[in-house]
Design a protein around this ligand. Structure first.
Ligand code: SAH
Length: 541
């Protein structure tokens, strides 16, 4: 009768985190072979197995003994903490078997039983630091030359991997972790989040949150795993989190924003993805290339020089890993609230900024919407502002749609339009909202057809609320007040908008909101939808 080798990873050390198969395997075995501390950790699961426990450094003799006993017909469990295939006994046992000419078909049966490795158990205690491409590096140079370990740290640091350092330090090996930190600091910011987890899921568990710069000021030992974040890892409420991906976009006045769920996984939202052969080009009809907005001739010159000199000469390169991903920056521009005339210079600046790869879209509400791939949204805003553009965010925000006040001739109400734009333009709302401002009773820019409309007439404003601006049942807003004094109008509109912002459901358009609540700032909703019966035409008539 042939024996069997069960190579078992029993997880971090608590019974709850041992797999069902690992428990069974332990019960099935005649003999348990493992490092003393490990045998003690699983002592509660043993029945009457023979125990062969040895010291830490006797791994090879443990593997040899296990093979010998299995060949004698015994069921032998070789135990490792975590996963037996991660710096554990699995490889060693196979090596001993291979040396003896073992073959799967004829030799003793081998079963490797997976367990939760330290990278997983420690990560779970820290929050979600791994999440993205990660690697494990053992700092133990007993079996691996230090210069190879150094190379791996260097490569992992450069490539922005999340890194789990196993065997970071022992009584004798104390320099390795210092050297590792030095290498990492070449490529990663000193405040990169670092988690030190000692004895995860064991009685003496200890968790420290620190950063790359300060990590050596804390206790690190044989039972510690050092988890080092990538360049986008962050601390949050006592946790370390690495975001799942890089999907994001820029919006005006905001730093980087996550994409809304419906925007994710769209090609345009992933400008960094490797184009596929049959790809429709990501933005409009051009392959995405970097839009480089070089600030100064000096920058251009330096870049050129660097290309000539090659990477390692002349310049001291900044090695720090930066995720300088270009994201889509969306915003809208117009010449002004009342002004509808772009200058030639403005158009030239627009074409320069948007470049070959961006998108310029003419919108219904007197704006040109821009989509620009960039990593420097602030610089773009500065340039547009310097060219006297009116800059507005896009999305569920308030947009002021003013007329041109008969080319500025009927200018009395322009200041109110401008003040409304200043106070309310770009305000985030449950749904996009257009505020129409027209400068005379002709209202030829259609203020009464906007969500909220005000029309200047005889030195005062008429107020229209709740137009349904689109669809087959589109209708104008209802007039709810006439002759509002100019010094009142801004306040009135502002209060209406605030009430809508506070009380509307997400995605509820202003007309629906007005219809639902029936009264906004004292203005009453009246059902003025025409009740016309529409005959279905008889076919052929
Ligand atoms: N096979 C094990 C790793 C063995 S190497 C596994 O897959 O997890 C030993 C190293 O693993 C230790 O130096 C430490 O860095 C890490 N380690 C193992 N168990 C751990 C635990 N419970 N908590 C923290 N680190 C642990």
């Amino acid at each position: 009768m042939k024996g069997k080798l069960l190579i078992i990873g029993f997880g971090p050390g608590s019974f709850q985190h041992i797999t069902e198969r690992a428990r069974e395997a332990i019960q099935e075995s005649d003999i348990i072979i493992g490092y003393k501390t490990y045998v003690e950790l699983i002592a509660g699961l043993l029945t009457n197995q023979e125990i062969i426990s040895t010291g830490m450094t006797e791994e090879v003799s443990r593997a040899q003994e296990a093979v010998r006993r299995a060949e004698q017909g015994k069921i032998v469990a070789v135990i490792s903490s975590g996963d037996a295939g991660v710096y554990g006994m699995a490889g060693l046992v196979y090596e001993v078997l291979i040396e003896k000419g073992w073959k799967q078909a004829t030799g003793v049966e081998v079963e490797v039983i997976p367990g939760i490795s330290a990278i997983n158990s420690c990560a779970s205690l820290l929050g979600a630091p791994v999440m993205h491409d990660a690697c494990t590096i053992s700092l133990s140079d007993h079996l691996t030359p230090w210069n190879l370990i150094e190379k791996r740290i260097e490569a992992a640091a450069q490539a922005d991997f999340v890194i789990a350092l196993y065997n970071p330090k022992s009584g004798r090996r104390t320099r390795q972790i210092m050297e590792a930190q030095k290498i990492l600091l070449k490529y990663r910011s000193p405040d990169t989040p670092v988690g030190l987890v000692k004895s995860a899921y064991r009685d003496s568990q200890n968790i420290v949150l620190t950063n790359l710069q300060d990590m050596l000021e804390h206790e690190i030992g044989m039972l510690t795993t050092v988890l080092i974040g990538n360049s986008s890892t962050f601390f949050y409420d006592g946790l370390i989190i690495t975001p799942r991906g890089y999907q994001r976009k820029y919006t005006l006045n905001k730093t980087v924003q996550p994409l809304k769920p419906h925007q994710r996984l769209q090609k345009e939202a992933e400008p960094w993805a490797l184009p596929q052969a049959d790809d429709v080009k990501p933005l409009k009809n051009k392959t995405v290339t970097a839009i480089s907005v070089k600030e100064s001739p000096r920058e251009l010159a330096e870049e050129a020089l660097q290309m000539i000199l090659g990477e390692n000469q002349g310049f001291s390169q900044d090695l720090m890993v930066k995720q300088d991903f270009q994201s889509i920056f969306e915003l809208a521009v117009s010449p002004g609230v009342a002004n509808k005339k772009f200058t030639a210079k403005q158009m030239m600046i627009l074409s320069e900024i948007v470049g070959e790869d961006g998108v310029m879209e003419y919108t219904q509400d007197h704006y040109i919407k821009l989509q620009i791939l960039t990593s420097i949204p602030d610089t773009i805003v500065e340039r547009l502002a310097a060219a006297n553009f009116l800059i507005a965010p896009v999305g569920d925000v308030l947009t002021v749609k003013a007329c041109d006040f008969c080319d500025g001739e009927k200018k009395d109400s322009i200041p109110y339009a401008e003040e409304l734009h200043e106070r309310l333009g770009g305000m985030e709302l449950p749904k996009e909202l257009k505020l129409g401002v027209n400068g005379c009773g002709m209202a030829c820019y259609g203020a009464v057809k906007e969500d909220i409309g005000i029309v200047y007439r005889k030195g005062a404003f008429d107020l229209f609320l709740g137009a349904k601006t689109a669809g087959r049942s589109a209708h104008p807003g209802q007039i709810v007040a006439e002759g509002i004094a100019p010094d009142q109008i801004v306040g009135v509109v502002e209060r209406i908008v605030h009430e809508y912002k506070q009380k509307a459901y997400p995605n509820e358009r202003f007309y629906k909101f007005f219809k639902r609540v029936k009264r906004v700032q004292g203005f009453l909703y009246q059902d003025i939808t025409p009740n016309i019966k529409i005959e279905v035409p008889v076919c052929g008539e």
